[in-house]
Ligand binder design. Structure first.
Ligand code: GUN
Ligand code: FE
Length: 434
């Protein structure tokens, strides 16, 4: 077993949106110890109180100048879009047709999918993200490649095969029920094996027929341990198209409700253009909206209303949404979230931000019994941050007089250089080369 001596920060509960975190939400040890064994955390506490309890043969890793947090979680990301990040000049529907669909066609080849799965996981480890909910392409191959690579590294990952049976190139389009059968095969092979979970993945309403959406809902009704991921109300052109395609539904959300896709394990990416009625319907079902600030800025989709979500008790998660997002890093997602918040008069505090990136995402994704918090019995996924990783960061940190200021500085000025090490499943997954 191993013990790391470092500054240790984790959240037991939501700190709220105020400048000072809610009582009992933050667990912080200035001179702390994290002890783990066989992929699980044994104990967390102050170095003083823990040293007496450690076995004689424990390996000590001294990182006293570093800050340890739970591994970051990304609730919505497309691994198959890594190579089209930063494609210029379009909004959602044109971006999909001009860049995204042609790129996803490449994943028909298993070898390409394997290379990209590894490249994507390398990048995730570099930015300290240990768990993600991932869109693959419509090719079952792309899912096998992603889950195999994740299992080799012993990572906790959710993923699924994109379901599309219309309005996409023929190479990406399923036979309506063929896509469902492929999904059933993938669920049987991967869901619940090791640290992996299956997320049923209809791309969004315009690319699935009612029949395919209904069949996806049928899968969820048969097995309530499955996740669901899709997109909702991202762009005004998309909204018009959905209204035209589904005239029987009073709004976009009802298209999904009618097929029984809205439940406690459902993630709807974006949710920019919602009204309070829709927010409440999502909240009542325990579904979550993935807030993807860098993507929303890049595609010009709009400025997410976090206050309205909070007022209607809607669960939020935070996500990069690569390849529409401009950065895989959770720190960059927080920075974009802060900037979107400023433009709406809702600035994001560092407390709320780092809680969302760790424990908040774990709770909203129903993974909080396993990850998102540094506590006994939890799986040993954590990130070791270097707050002095660049000359500028070190200069600015020297001015900070509180943990809150350090965290805010980290979220605005930090990048992958601040990610000193990434550990998952109790294994060292990445160490930054100086
Ligand atoms: N809506 C449907 N597909 C996509 C996608 O790949 N990315 C984003 N951002 N929105 C979508
Ligand atoms: Fe997306």
């Amino acid at each position: 077993s191993w013990v790391m001596r470092a500054r240790i920060l984790s959240f037991d509960a939501d700190p709220g949106d105020g400048d000072t975190p809610a009582e009992g939400s933050v667990v912080y040890h200035e001179d702390g110890a994290l002890w783990w064994e066989a992929g699980r955390i044994r104990a967390v506490g102050s170095w003083q109180e823990l040293t007496d309890r450690l076995p004689a043969d424990v390996s000590v890793i001294d990182q006293r100048d570093k800050l340890v947090m739970p591994g970051f979680i990304d609730s919505h990301v497309h691994y198959v879009q890594l190579d089209i990040m930063a494609s210029y000049g379009r909004q959602l529907l044109d971006w999909l047709n001009e860049y995204t669909f042609p790129e996803e066609c490449r994943f028909a080849q298993r070898e390409h999918a394997e290379q990209m799965a590894d490249a994507f996981l390398d990048e995730l480890m570099r930015v300290g993200t240990t768990t993600a909910q991932v869109f693959c392409s419509s090719h079952p191959n792309s899912v096998d490649a992603f889950f195999s690579a994740s299992r080799r590294r012993d990572l906790c990952m959710l993923a699924g095969k994109v379901l599309m049976d219309r309005h996409a190139p023929p190479e990406l389009t399923d036979d309506t029920l063929g896509g469902i059968h492929d999904t059933e095969r993938l669920i049987a092979e991967w869901h619940g094996t090791g640290r992996l979970g299956y997320s049923v993945t209809p791309r969004f309403a315009p690319t699935s027929s009612r029949e395919q959406l209904d069949a996806a809902g049928g899968l969820l009704r048969n097995d309530d341990s499955l996740w669901l991921q899709t997109h909702l109300s991202e762009n005004l052109g998309e909204l018009d198209w959905v209204a035209e395609l589904f005239p029987d539904s009073r709004d976009y959300l009802e298209v999904y409700e009618k097929s029984h896709l809205v439940g406690p394990r459902s993630t709807f990416a974006h949710g920019i253009h919602l009204d309070d009625g829709m927010r409440r319907r999502l909240a009542e079902r325990g579904a979550n909206i993935a807030f993807c600030p860098s993507s929303n800025l890049f595609l010009g989709s709009g400025l997410f209303d976090r206050a309205a979500a909070r007022d209607t008790r809607l669960n939020l998660t935070l996500a990069s949404d690569i390849g529409a997002g401009t950065d895989l890093s959770g720190l960059a997602t927080l920075k974009a979230g802060y900037q979107v918040g400023q433009l709406r008069g809702q600035p994001l505090t560092a407390w709320a931000g780092f809680h969302a990136l760790t424990r908040g995402n774990a709770v909203s994704l129903s993974l909080d019994d396993r990850i998102g918090r540094l506590a006994p019995g939890m799986e040993a996924d954590f990130v070791v941050l270097d707050l002095h990783a660049s000359p500028l960061l070190a200069r600015r940190m020297a001015r900070c007089t509180s943990l809150a200021e350090e965290l805010f500085t980290l979220m605005m000025l930090g990048d992958d250089r601040a990610v000193h090490e990434t550990w998952a499943g109790g294994r060292l997954q990445h160490r930054r080369q100086p």
